[in-house]
Design a protein around this ligand. Structure first.
Ligand SMILES: *Cc1c(COP(=O)(O)O)cnc(C)c1O
Length: 391
């Protein structure tokens, strides 16, 4: 069957999907219905942390399946979500978890919690950042500090303003008495793989402490081992009041979490927020497989592999100074800033059996499964080098 034509005829046209339909996958490789094999540096956009055809994941799916249900709603408990919340709190230092299904929803919950906190004193303004990305629902796109996502969809959610990332003075200039919260990604993902500077993040924490603001870290992409720490903020020694997670947390199933730390405990009362599917048995059962891996030391492996990968990207940058301007990132959340169009490089890499994606307008993004081998990294680097030599 021609799945691609079927999709084009029947989907709303919201994506610029590439001409590739995945048939099956194993380890760090996916196989197209075209019969070709691809080394995957995209991992479902930083989702498939434990790789494909993973035995622990398949065993857990079977275990849940044998109970005869995946979902019961939040009118009742299931066996898995309570364990997932407790493991997540232990891993992160948080104290309360709300489960939903996507990164956008996790940020909506964080935004509502921050505004509820502000409602005690009648304030509602939230500071977000330029080049940020927080999702596509109305609250989340408004938090997203990129004009292109707002165009055509006005009016946005009121009372959200944007400071310049890594510029503490611009935060100070906006942080007046009407502000109840600040939201940022410790490493900006979609905006172009831009890590926060340590002085900036510590400075934002200080402002939040002095003014009693809720500091929200959107760790949807940079959380859960991706940057070589369990959570990106651990690189900085700075903790949030609320953290949001999604992408990798459900091992490929839709799951997200909004984690409240001490200051943000107890903001929501029964009835304040809800999600039909949030915390369903199957996705939370799978999250435990990832937590097992993180408790088993996955992040330190990621840190070593990430350093190796980044060195390779820096070498490529030196070798092609006319085509690359920078290599940056943390752990296995890496970007190669290009002076040529990423779309062309991405297409040529795909022809050579490598899946990569872009971030921002100019950055080639590498977010492979965290279980990738050094030899896979070498292979990816060689393909990117070859493509840059050819264009
Ligand atoms: C992907 C992403 C989101 C949105 O997640 P969805 O699951 O697509 O709603 C939010 N924040 C960050 C930092 C992301 O990378």
């Amino acid at each position: 069957m021609d799945y691609i034509s079927l999709a084009k005829e029947n989907f709303m046209h919201t994506y610029s999907t590439q001409e590739l339909c995945i048939d099956h996958a194993d380890g760090v490789r996916v196989y197209g219905t075209d019969g070709k094999c691809y080394l995957d540096m995209v991992a479902g956009i930083a989702v498939n942390a434990l790789g494909y055809n993973n035995k622990a994941i398949k065993d857990r799916v079977e275990e849940v399946m044998n109970d005869g249900f995946f979902h019961v709603s939040n009118l009742y408990y299931n066996k898995w979500a309570p364990q997932a919340a407790s493991r997540l709190n232990r891993l992160s230092g948080g104290s309360e978890v709300f489960f939903a299904n996507s990164g956008a929803e996790a940020n909506e919950a964080a935004l509502k919690a921050a505004r509820k906190y502000g409602s005690r004193t009648g304030i509602s303004k939230v500071i977000s950042f330029e080049h940020s990305f927080h999702g596509r629902t109305y609250g989340a796109i408004t938090l997203t500090g990129q004009e292109k996502y707002h165009k055509g969809f006005s009016p946005m959610v009121p009372d959200i303003v944007y400071a310049e990332y890594n510029n503490l003075e611009s935060v100070k200039a906006l942080a007046d008495e009407s502000v109840c919260a600040i939201i940022l990604e410790p490493v900006q993902g979609e905006g172009g793989i831009i890590p926060a500077e340590i002085g900036f993040l510590k400075g934002v924490r200080k402002i939040a402490d002095e003014r009693d603001l809720i500091l929200i870290f959107d760790c949807v992409q940079c959380g859960l081992g991706r940057t070589g720490r369990n959570f990106a903020f651990e690189h900085y020694g700075v903790k949030p009041d609320i953290m949001t997670l999604a992408k990798a947390i459900g091992c490929g199933l839709p799951l997200s979490a909004t984690v409240a730390f001490e200051k943000a405990e107890g903001i929501f009362s029964p009835g304040d927020h809800a999600s039909t599917f949030g915390g369903n048995a199957l996705s939370t059962a799978l999250s435990l497989v990832l937590f097992d891996a993180l408790e088993g030391g996955l992040s330190s492996e990621v840190e070593k592999k990430g350093e190796y990968f980044k060195k390779g990207l820096e070498e490529i940058k030196r070798k092609h100074p006319d085509k690359c301007s920078a290599a940056r990132g943390l752990g296995l959340m890496l970007g190669l800033d290009l002076k040529v169009k990423p779309a062309d490089v991405i297409a040529r890499c795909r022809e050579r059996g490598l899946l990569v994606c872009s971030a921002g307008y100019t950055v080639l993004r590498f977010v492979p499964p965290l279980v990738i081998d050094y030899t896979d990294i070498d292979e990816a680097l060689a393909i990117v080098d070859g493509v840059l030599s050819e264009i």
